[in-house]
Design a protein around this ligand. Structure first.
Ligand SMILES: NC(=O)c1ccc[n+]([C@@H]2O[C@H](COP(=O)([O-])OP(=O)(O)OC[C@H]3O[C@@H](n4cnc5c(N)ncnc54)[C@H](O)[C@@H]3O)[C@@H](O)[C@H]2O)c1
Ligand SMILES: [Fe+2]
Length: 381
């Protein structure tokens, strides 16, 4: 049968150093007169955030901010944000931050107009059609990390505060109307976040590239995304103020998220339960579990990874690629095992069940089973 698929790459991105200065213009383009800037607690007190609020105020758009956002944001954060959005009579959201601020901001713009609980819009089948699409407020996304790519995505990740399960909420209108990618905003990231988010971008590209579905456009984007991370992540870790390298990492992050509509895999299927149960950093968790997942998938992806290695200038086919990943992790100070992130063996069965139910699981090149997934957790911990 000839190939058949649904593709979508439509975000309008204003890319370049200093382009945060266009924030008010972006609000006009998105039709916002009273935006709510949503970010996390850590960013709330930083100068980059104050500058964004100053730009809004100077343009007569107010300086409203909501920042009760946890890392791995949850439904409690969402309910509080929706209440502030409604009480303030806001007409759009500026989602400002790393994946946590971006996702929660996007979800506030979405959920403020819905009457059903947010869990009814999980990324399953056509559940998104349950939403009232006309009631979704416009979103401007401003990433301050270079990793999740949530700024070009149509989903938000939300942790259930009761069950501690991470769910992906999906709607086509969660796609930001305008995205501002300004690499200067990422300069102040702590080194450990630069590493973790950079490895998240790499994991998105690697898993999208490895997933079995038909999507040659994603395939090409993922491949170039991996090359950009290889060339630039060591540079930004060595010198955080290298704007050109920061810009390339920002591109790689957006490319990873555009590419992973092709699918993710076991790296994310494992990382989501670990993050939900132990509150570990998402990208750093991905980096830790990456080598055992590569080993497991090897029989299916060996040739494909060898092609990627050749493109990236790595000798030695699959083995060379695997050694490259190990060396990159070591050079960047990524822990070798999940135990170093505080993960114990006592909840392996529970996390295995969660991994198998994770939407990323279906994109893994080797079908995930209870046995091989549990064995993967054993190898990673
Ligand atoms: N929507 C998606 O497609 C998608 C994809 C992958 C991950 N995620 C989600 O994204 C979240 C992780 O996002 P993240 O890795 O970007 O981390 P994050 O948003 O949780 O931020 C990590 C920390 O870095 C700080 N920070 C961010 N930018 C900074 C800057 N420029 N200067 C100084 N400090 C800064 C934040 O205050 C926070 O303390 C997780 O919840 C994950 O589930 C979403
Ligand atoms: Fe990710």
């Amino acid at each position: 049968m000839s190939p058949r698929a649904n593709w979508s790459y439509p975000t309008a991105i204003r890319f370049g150093a200093g382009r945060i200065s266009e924030l008010a213009e972006a609000c006009a383009a998105a039709g916002m007169k009273k935006p709510l800037l949503v970010t996390d607690r850590g960013l709330a007190s930083l100068p980059i955030t104050a500058n964004a609020l100053d730009l809004l105020e100077a343009a007569g758009l107010g300086r409203a901010m909501f920042s009760e956002v946890d890392p791995n944001p949850n439904d409690i954060n969402l309910a509080a944000g929706v209440a502030v959005f409604k009480a303030g009579g806001h007409d759009g959201v500026i989602a400002f931050g790393g994946g946590s601020g971006l996702d929660l901001g996007k979800l506030i713009a979405f959920q403020a107009g819905q009457s059903r609980p947010v869990w009814d819009f999980e990324d399953i089948g056509d559940w998104w059609t349950r939403a009232n699409g006309d009631a979704i407020a416009p979103i401007i996304a401003v990433p301050t990390t270079a990793g999740t790519g949530s700024e070009v995505g149509r989903a938000g990740v939300l942790t259930n505060s009761q069950t501690h399960v991470k769910k992906i909420i999906f709607h086509p209108k969660l796609l930001p109307a305008v995205t501002i990618c300004d690499p200067e905003l990422t300069v102040g990231m702590p080194k450990i976040i630069t590493v973790g988010t950079g490895m998240d971008a790499f994991a998105h590209c690697l898993e999208a590239y490895s997933s079995p579905f038909y999507h040659p456009m994603s395939q090409g984007i993922a491949l170039e995304g991996m090359r950009l991370v290889k060339e630039n992540l060591p540079l930004v870790v060595a010198d955080g103020s290298n704007i050109d390298a920061r810009a390339e990492m920002m591109s790689a992050a957006a490319m990873g998220a555009v590419a992973f509509q092709k699918g993710l895999g076991a790296i994310h299927a494992l990382s989501h339960p670990v993050g939900a149960v132990y509150n570990t950093h998402h990208g750093m968790t991905n980096a830790v579990v990456m080598p055992p997942v590569l080993v497991m998938n090897r029989p299916v992806i060996e040739d494909r990874i060898a092609r990627a290695a050749a493109y990236m200038g790595i000798d030695g086919g699959f083995d060379g690629f695997y050694e490259y990943v190990l060396k990159l992790r070591a050079d960047l100070g990524v822990p070798d095992k999940l135990a170093e992130l505080g993960v114990g063996r006592d909840r392996i069965d529970e996390m295995t069940a969660m991994a198998l139910e994770d939407p990323s699981a279906g994109g893994n090149p080797v079908t995930l089973t209870t046995e091989n997934t549990k064995a993967l957790f054993e190898a990673c911990i």
